[in-house]
Write a protein that binds this ligand. Structure first.
Ligand SMILES: Nc1nc2c(ncn2[C@@H]2O[C@H](COP(=O)(O)OP(=O)(O)O)[C@@H](O)[C@H]2O)c(=O)[nH]1
Ligand SMILES: Nc1ncnc2c1ncn2[C@@H]1O[C@H](COP(=O)(O)OP(=O)(O)O)[C@@H](O)[C@H]1O
Length: 185
């Protein structure tokens, strides 16, 4: 019987490659379930409501919080993000692995409410490479990039709070390491 924690949190600075690694992993293992967060951020080109995020306005987000529907929530770079509780609980009750891709504040809340959760930090090979990736993605204006890089300094300093650190040099390698941590491969 597997002793692996059933809930895994993946965190790391904006632009480190969290979405890329998770997408690569799920291409090969579509059975890996990833929670779809609610956010007040506007969709980027190509992002679909209900797939990448549940895109909601501030009032709807307030309601989710007031109704206790979020497992955790945070404000990141001026937008609100939160994990819908029901879907996560359903998976955990069935004994199936759950993956959350959330920020540091969310990871800390999960650690409080679910001490058995496994916290994984995705780190960049270097600061300069993080800046290159975030800028190269081309999805944010310079002021938003600056805001996210300021958050990144705080997140990188919190790395020792995590159970495991994976360095995203090779997407393939990190995806394989994450799969192993999830107990899937
Ligand atoms: N606390 C929390 N953070 C989230 C949630 N969903 C996404 N995030 C985090 O919010 C930050 C910004 O996400 P996003 O705007 O999609 O930018 P990206 O991660 O740079 O692609 C990232 O650190 C995400 O991991 C959530 O439900 N809760
Ligand atoms: N290992 C890697 N090597 C080079 N570029 C990468 C790597 N992983 C991700 N990227 C690129 O970095 C940028 C940010 O990745 P993304 O997955 O959007 O990050 P996050 O979800 O952590 O914000 C994207 O343009 C992506 O293609």
């Amino acid at each position: 019987m597997s002793e692996r924690p059933r809930l895994t949190v993946l965190s790391g600075p904006s632009g480190v490659g969290k979405s890329t690694v998770v997408a690569h992993m799920r291409q090969q293992h579509p059975e890996v379930w990833l929670s779809v967060s609610a956010t007040t951020r506007h969709p980027r080109p190509g992002e679909k409501d209900g797939v990448h995020y549940h895109f909601v306005d501030n009032d709807e987000f307030e309601k989710l919080i007031a109704n206790g529907e979020l497992l955790e929530s945070a404000v990141f770079a001026g937008n609100r993000y939160g994990t819908p509780r029901a879907a996560v609980q359903e998976k955990l009750e069935r004994g199936e692995p759950v993956l959350l891709e959330i920020d540091l504040q969310g990871a800390r809340q999960v650690r409080e409410s679910m001490p058995e959760a496994q916290l994984v930090f995705l780190a960049p090979p270097s600061w300069d490479e993080l800046v290159r990736r975030l800028t190269g993605r081309g999805t944010e204006a310079q002021d938003v990039i600056d805001q996210r890089l300021a958050a990144a300094r705080v997140e990188l300093a919190a790395e020792p709070e995590f159970d495991t650190t994976l360095v995203n040099t090779s997407v393939e390698q990190v995806a394989a390491e994450l799969l192993a941590l999830l107990g899937v491969a």
